[in-house]
Ligand binder design. Structure first.
Ligand code: NAP
Length: 249
């Protein structure tokens, strides 16, 4: 699809991968709106990239999602791309029973339910546009779970499955459905702060570069770096990868 003159909403776009995408999209001549919960992060993003429109929103809250949809409808009628990027990652130790699950932030609500509801809600708006897209950010861990993040990995597997069905259902519309499958990204806030660069990690700007190239080429599953091998691995190779990445846990 053409990557200029689009109007793009990125959830969780004030930091990390979402912000790197916002930077790339603005550079290419697109109008970009980002949303997130923390006002200070949204303000900082706006300072770094004045062309951005920022909007406070908690995508895990149904009323907030509906309010976001109404606000976009009023202010950005030409919206033609939704990037479902907001996500969190939590360590969950299931040997403690439900203790870790009882924490306030729910990965299923943020990483899965919100993406599904936002995608469904925006379909009527997007399908009015000649060219449109829904971009769902999953993860390599949706293909090979990292057991210390059991719910996170499961939500990403669910996003992969959901995205395939969505793409198939929307095949007769103007909406193209992309899945972005990053490997470990070292310079984001997903783990609270940036982590050390590793052989298997990439930067958020490398993710953004691959996303732009992938969308331009209508490559619907945009697997990046180490995730590339996993999306086309056999069951045996996936089992081997599972043993390798979880051997210390
Ligand atoms: N980093 C990696 O290694 C990696 C690998 C594969 C996939 N991914 C995926 O990439 C996406 C972006 O993550 P990232 O690595 O860039 O981490 P990040 O810097 O922490 O970005 C996540 C963003 O989502 C926002 N967010 C979280 N919960 C939200 C909510 N309920 N409502 C609205 N916004 C919310 C956060 O802002 P607020 O907290 O202010 O709301 C934050 O700006 C996630 O879906 C993640 O799973 C990351």
């Amino acid at each position: 699809m053409k990557m200029e003159d689009n109007t793009i909403l990125i959830t969780g776009g004030a930091t990390g991968i979402g912000f790197a995408l916002a930077e790339s999209f603005v550079k290419l001549g697109n109008t970009v709106v980002v949303c997130g919960r923390r006002a200070d992060k949204l303000d900082a993003a706006k300072k770094r990239l004045p062309a951005l429109t920022v909007k406070q929103c908690d995508v895990s809250d149904e009323a907030d999602r509906k309010a976001l949809y109404a606000w976009v409808g009023e202010n950005f009628k030409d919206l033609n791309v939704l990037v479902n990027n907001a996500g969190i990652q939590r360590r969950v130790d299931l040997t403690k029973g439900g203790e870790d699950l009882a924490r306030k932030e729910d990965e299923i609500d943020i990483n899965f339910k919100a993406q599904v509801h936002l995608a469904a809600m925006f379909v009527p708006m997007l399908s009015k546009q000649k060219q449109a897209a829904i971009v769902n950010v999953s993860s390599g861990l949706g293909f090979v779970p990292l057991t210390m993040f059991p719910i996170y990995s499961a939500t990403k597997a669910a996003i992969h499955s959901f995205t395939k069905s969505l793409r198939h259902q929307l095949r007769g519309t103007s909406i193209k459905v992309f899945e972005v499958i990053p490997p470990t990204v070292h310079d984001t806030e997903l783990k609270g702060k940036p982590i050390e660069k590793a052989d298997w990690s990439v930067s958020s700007s490398e993710v953004a570069e691959s996303v732009v190239k992938g969308m331009e080429a209508d490559e619907y599953e945009i697997a990046i770096g180490a995730s590339k091998r996993w999306v086309s691995s056999s069951k045996l190779e996936l089992d081997q990868a599972f043993s390798n990445i979880n051997q210390r846990d």
